[in-house]
Design a protein around this ligand. Structure first.
Ligand SMILES: Nc1ncnc2c1ncn2[C@@H]1O[C@H](COP(=O)(O)OP(=O)(O)OP(=O)(O)O)[C@@H](O)[C@H]1O
Ligand SMILES: [Mg+2]
Length: 345
């Protein structure tokens, strides 16, 4: 579990030592025929080894694009990173040559994709697909790669791995296919694992098993886990810290207990108020009133101000920085005190 040491930056960075992964002022846009889509607009966040950071936010808020930028798999063009840094143990990944970047991808930073269940190739056995990680990155023979694939299938608790390594993906249930995807992602012992909605396509019981598996693997290996999810129940159970995204920015960043006890951004508060009292286990996010900002025409000032019940005249003018409001905690709202203490307006 995450412990609360000395005060840190609002982006959640501990003092000294430096985080495993630090994203600062990241901007990503897509140049399309219809205009420029501003998908990520100044993301700041940090991930420590062994920690789970949940990234929460409604559809289109920039969660996947941020993850793709960290993985280095944005298609450029149409995407371009216009500003910012992404540091892995201090090294700025954006400054690396593609050759060096591709060595990190899959081995030091790995990702489980949002559409993971369709990502397996139907014409190869799962063993061949898991084993390919070892053949490509580690130069193992087919036979050794298969042996490692069986070990990994055991590790992600696929029963009867020695036999099933020869099966094709269609013989696996959705949950088992997701385990295969997890096996491929952790094959090379990454320091950072990004899981983009890893359980959305699965039924509730299987979701819980997959989350348990990810938590176990994180504990065993000490990797940092970025968990992108719509599910507030998953966040409450699995995360140490939460970053709430809105309009391509992180609007609130806090230890998970703090955010559930007392949110400090009106958007977070809206999200939490949309869950029934039972604690929100297994509940997906429901919409906060109003519609998402148009990434081709972002509102001036605070991106959330058109939907915000705490709005004051100055909110349309200056974009609020992530104000430091406590240890490892930040809120990009000028009126965070009012939100935090529950006084309105
Ligand atoms: N290839 C692309 N070309 C143009 N715009 C894109 C592209 N990929 C993403 N976007 C836009 O970037 C913004 C952020 O998208 P992103 O996929 O990161 O959202 P998300 O938070 O992951 O949403 P969801 O919860 O639905 O997965 C959206 O407005 C999306 O339409
Ligand atoms: Mg997404």
């Amino acid at each position: 579990m995450w412990k609360t040491p000395a005060p840190a930056s609002p982006a959640g960075r501990p003092p000294g030592g430096g985080p495993l992964l630090a994203v600062e002022n990241l901007h990503v846009e897509f140049v399309t025929r219809r205009g420029v889509v501003r998908a990520v607009n100044g993301v700041d966040c940090a991930l420590n080894a062994g920690e789970t950071l949940a990234v929460l936010g409604e559809s289109g808020s920039g969660k996947t694009v941020t993850a793709q930028a960290i993985m280095g798999i944005l298609d450029t063009p149409p995407a371009r990173v216009t500003r910012g840094t992404i540091r892995l143990r201090g090294t700025d990944l954006l400054g690396l040559r593609e050759e060096d970047r591709s060595r990190i991808r899959g081995s030091r930073i790995a990702m489980i994709f949002q559409d993971a269940l369709s990502a397996l190739n139907p014409v190869f056995t799962v063993g061949a697909q898991i084993g390919e990680m070892f053949r490509v990155h580690r130069g193992l023979s087919r036979r050794d790669a298969e042996r490692r694939a069986v070990e990994l299938m055991d590790r992600v608790r696929i029963p009867d791995a020695r036999r099933r390594v020869h099966d094709y993906p269609h013989r696996f249930s959705g949950g088992m296919r997701q385990r295969v995807m997890i096996a491929m992602a952790i094959a090379l012992d990454p320091e950072v694992l990004i899981a983009d909605e890893p359980t959305t396509a699965l039924d509730v019981t299987v979701q819980a098993q997959i989350m348990e598996l990810l938590s176990e693997l994180r504990r065993e290996s000490g990797m940092g886990l970025i968990l992108i999810t719509h599910d507030l129940g998953v966040v409450a159970d699995a995360a140490d810290r939460v970053a709430v995204m809105y309009g391509g920015r992180i609007v609130e960043n806090a230890p998970v207990h703090d955010i559930y006890r007392a949110p400090a951004h009106p958007y977070t508060k809206g999200l939490l108020e949309s869950i029934p009292r039972a604690g929100g286990k297994g509940r997906a996010l429901r919409a906060v009133e109003g519609s998402s900002p148009d990434p081709m025409a972002m509102p001036s000032g605070c991106v959330f101000h058109p939907r915000c019940s705490y709005r004051q005249d100055d909110c349309a003018a200056g974009e609020p920085p992530l104000h430091p409001i406590g240890p490892f905690r930040g809120s990009a709202c000028h009126y965070w005190r009012e939100v935090l203490h529950g006084s309105h307006g």
